[in-house]
Design a protein around this ligand. Structure first.
Ligand SMILES: [Zn+2]
Length: 280
């Protein structure tokens, strides 16, 4: 039997932290091969405290934060693709020739195919088609990972990139719509501003609950997950929203991770509590 192997592909250091950190930690603990691909070093992200980094060295600082975060999760195989953070949609960084969004798809897909054929994952995880919230790099890594997922098993494509390997399942990270609704309810009860959560349905916040196939209990990893989240120091300062919720609530929010099964197409009512169930 092949060793269990899972590959997660994201755009920036910290993309893994909330949505799949617990899942990666859980599988790493159980002895699976866990590979985390990060397309950029998040060079144009936030700097929570000017003592931590400057715009010039932020990429370097975030690379180390990523390695610290991965270590907290027990993940030792982290691969940077060395592209530049493209910034939020509509910013000047979008036009930098080194920006991830400007790299030809063919090049990125080949590199992902090469990694997939090397680590032979049964399970691949990435962002949903909208990249969670529309960040251009998130959308790009989604598209390239979906392409690589299918082409890694095609002997006609990239014959130089190693012996073919077809992963069995492709998942997207998802936050259930019910989670946002519950957060809004809690803010209402606490008499706080809920404008961010108004019109959840119209704004398409969260993924419809009935279209989520996998819910994983990662409560055993919450300590590691919190530690990994906080390792991204430049991104999670004193004012981050997790510090505004009571600890038991954060604990509860962090105890479950959700995924949409993108491939193979799920049958109605198909549910999983383990991404490898039935495939390895
Ligand atoms: Zn990101």
């Amino acid at each position: 039997m092949e060793q269990r192997s899972i590959l997660a592909a994201y755009a920036h250091p910290d993309d893994e932290a909330f949505g799949s950190g617990g899942t990666l930690a859980k599988y790493a603990q159980s002895g699976a091969q866990v590979t985390l691909v990060c397309a950029t070093r998040g060079e144009v992200g936030e700097i929570s405290d000017p003592a931590l980094a400057t715009p010039e060295n932020l990429g370097q600082v975030r690379e180390q934060e990523m390695l610290n975060a991965a270590q907290a999760l027990g993940v030792s195989d982290v691969r940077f693709l060395d592209y530049r953070d493209s910034g939020m949609a509509g910013t000047d960084d979008n036009h930098n020739p080194a920006a991830f969004v400007n790299v030809p798809a063919e090049e990125v897909v080949e590199r992902l195919v090469r990694i997939i054929r090397e680590v032979r994952p049964q399970v691949v995880v990435t962002f949903d088609p909208n990249g969670g919230y529309g960040h251009p790099d998130h959308i790009a890594i989604h598209q390239h990972t979906v392409a690589a997922f299918h082409l890694a098993g095609d002997p006609e494509r990239y014959p130089e990139a190693g012996p073919v390997w077809q992963p069995a399942r492709l998942f997207y990270n998802a936050i259930p719509r019910s989670t946002f609704l519950a957060m809004r309810d809690r803010l209402v009860a606490a008499g706080e501003d809920t404008s961010m959560f108004d019109r959840i349905e119209e704004n398409g916040m969260g993924w419809p609950d009935d279209q989520i196939q996998a819910q994983l209990d990662v409560s055993g990893t919450v300590g590691a997950k919190w530690q990994s989240l906080m390792a991204h120091r430049t991104q999670f300062g004193e004012n981050n929203m997790f510090r505004r919720f009571p600890e038991d609530e954060v604990q509860r929010m962090m105890s479950q991770e959700h995924f949409v099964l993108a491939w193979p197409q799920p049958t109605e009512g198909f549910k999983l509590s383990d991404l490898f169930e039935g495939v390895a």
